[in-house]
Design a protein around this ligand. Sequence first.
Ligand SMILES: [Zn+2]
Ligand SMILES: [Zn+2]
Length: 258
Amino acid sequence: MMLPNFQNSYQWPFISLDQLDSSFSLQEYLQALIRKDRENVGALVALPPGQDDEVWQYEHLRQLCLELNHFVVQLETECNRETCPEMKAEEWLYLCAAHQAPQSVCMICPAQRYTYHSNMAKLVSCQCCAIDYIVHTLDGASTLLNSNRFFPSRISIPEPSLKHYQSIARRLYRIFAHAWFHHREVFESYENESFLYARFLHLSRQYKLVSQQLIIIPDGKLSSTTSRKVSAVSPVMVASPITETAPVSLANDTRASE
Ligand SMILES: [Zn+2]
Ligand SMILES: [Zn+2]
């Protein structure tokens, strides 16, 4: 698969960080690093000398959202309401967070569909199909990161806003996970050129953005498992916006995993 964007993206000449002099310095520097060698994720994630690691994470998250949009374009070629009516990855079922309050309908979804889960009395959820979930998640993350209220400056991050890093990363991870479990060829083809997941994982581990128990794509199997059949017989688990910290096992749910 050709990724036309990468060849032409961020094509300004490489300049070292001390030559940069704008409030977008770190973003430009990060994009220059990516253009120089996107495969070297260790070098991409390493904190540049003298920089604030909270701002550095912020720039990485913004950049991940930008590049994930390219990935979603590839994913849309085979992920749709028919192929993936639910946002799943292995035994996990993810509920769209575009509707935070119980009893609310998703305002993003054109259909504004919502589902009552009988064994989770209070949880009313729009059950977006996977690609809607993915688009909502990316939109939500980008909106949050661009919010003047939470991120008024690109030079320092208000302490209360740091907690959003983990929730953003956790949700972005699900996009990779869905792709890996359900669209392996698209995932691998994209990853082989972009190393985006490798970068994401490195960043997440370095800054503890996604807890290890939520990492469900097996390590070291990113390129040799295209034909591997994934079997999942464990109960469906729900990671909902209301129960963010721990997955809720729907052991009594009759919904079967693929
Ligand atoms: Zn899908
Ligand atoms: Zn929705």
